[in-house]
Ligand binder design. Structure first.
Ligand code: FA5
Length: 339
């Protein structure tokens, strides 16, 4: 009985079978129980001997079963661990991270530059009152210049701002000049009923700049614009200023940068001029100062409004502004700063 039990236990390789053996050998209907039950028929002398022997066998088998059980449980666990092993040295799958849109990257660069020069950043609302978008910028209702910027109206007096210039009026009306000059930039989206083409979009971006103080001159404007152009494009592209007209500046200029495509030779993108217009600027008109409560005899300065969309086109040689707005990740990933 002992031999048979030990042999069966040793030979089994499955945990469930070990239990079967236990039931078979040590259970109520097993041979050992039968031996113990039959003790009552034995003589007084035989009983203790047989009893002792049967108990020894039971203890031995019970121990063998426990040992086997522990052995098989450990083997099962080892097998599971081996199967589920993780090789921490394998390269991981890259996690795709979001990143700022290429136009936002240009805006961030501009913000960094101007903050470094002591400007404050003021973000205005895209939905603006007509008064701030036009009247307060010296464009009364019947002014012909309103035709320059076809407008999306929300109500007769509220509109989608056509430019970031309303932030000029909003900032100057609350500025305390006793604390120093006003130097601010205002980046954001603007909207116009322009027909979309390679260089025009009905929604685009502008960064407004305004510097007002006691001795601010046109030379300061020119120097500032040159710093902007050099920081963004390096020295290889040229900037030129052309006389222009904006109702809120006098004199007014428009700044062009060498066409990225033909490098000044003339092509379809720059309409064969060799230049791409990137910003409007000028010295703030005295009427605008007066309307916002600033004394034009004491304070004056310059303002500019530049187009980061156009800057991005020039910087990266993008031929169609509409590419920025299609959300094609294959296009946008080209400007992934993380490489
Ligand atoms: C203005 O919007 C003036 N507020 C700029 C200004 C500010 C002048 C302060 C003087 C003082 P303009 O309409 O030219 O000006 O637009 C300014 C720039 O925005 C342009 O030079 C161009 O880079 C960009 N821009 C204009 N229209 C579009 C368009 N439809 N799509 C993309 N960029 C445009």
């Amino acid at each position: 009985l002992r031999q048979q039990g030990i042999q069966e236990i040793n030979e089994t390789e499955e945990l469930s079978k070990v239990n079967d053996i236990r039931v078979k050998m040590l259970g109520k209907k097993g041979p050992l129980t039968a031996v113990l039950r039959g003790m009552k028929d034995l003589s007084k002398e035989e009983r203790p001997k047989v009893g002792k022997f049967a108990n020894e066998i039971r203890d031995e088998l019970t121990k063998a079963i426990e040992v086997k059980k522990a052995e098989l449980t450990a083997a099962q666990l080892n097998e599971k661990l081996a199967k589920e092993a993780i090789d921490v040295t394998l390269p991981g799958k890259p996690v795709i991270q979001g990143q700022p849109h290429v136009i936002q990257q240009i805006i961030d660069q501009l913000v960094d530059l101007f903050v470094g020069m002591g400007y404050e950043v003021a973000v205005g609302d895209e939905v603006e009152q007509e008064e701030y978008n036009f009247e307060r910028l010296n464009l009364p209702k019947d002014h012909p210049a309103r035709d320059m910027q076809d407008t999306f109206y929300v109500t007769p007096s509220v509109l989608m701002r056509t430019q970031t210039s309303p932030m000029q009026a909003r900032m100057m009306e609350k500025h305390d000049f006793s604390k120093g000059p006003l130097k601010m930039i205002s980046p954001g989206k603007v909207y116009r009923r322009d027909t979309d083409d390679a260089t025009h979009s009905h929604q685009f971006h502008q960064v407004e700049g305004l510097v007002l103080g006691e001795h601010v001159t046109m030379a300061d404007l020119k120097g500032t614009l040159e710093v902007v152009a050099k920081t963004l494009f390096g020295d290889q592209l040229e900037v030129r200023l052309r006389p222009s007209y904006f109702p809120f500046t006098e004199p007014s200029v428009e700044a062009d940068i060498t066409c990225f495509n033909c490098l000044g030779k003339g092509c379809a993108i720059c309409k064969h001029t060799g230049w791409i217009e990137v910003l409007g600027a000028g010295m703030v008109h005295p009427n605008v100062l007066k309307m916002s409560g600033v004394d034009p005899d004491k304070y004056g300065g310059f303002a500019f409004g530049l187009g980061p969309d156009r800057f991005a086109m020039i910087k990266y040689g993008v031929e169609d502004i509409r590419d920025f707005y299609q959300n094609d990740v294959r296009f946008l990933n080209q400007f992934n700063q993380k490489g």
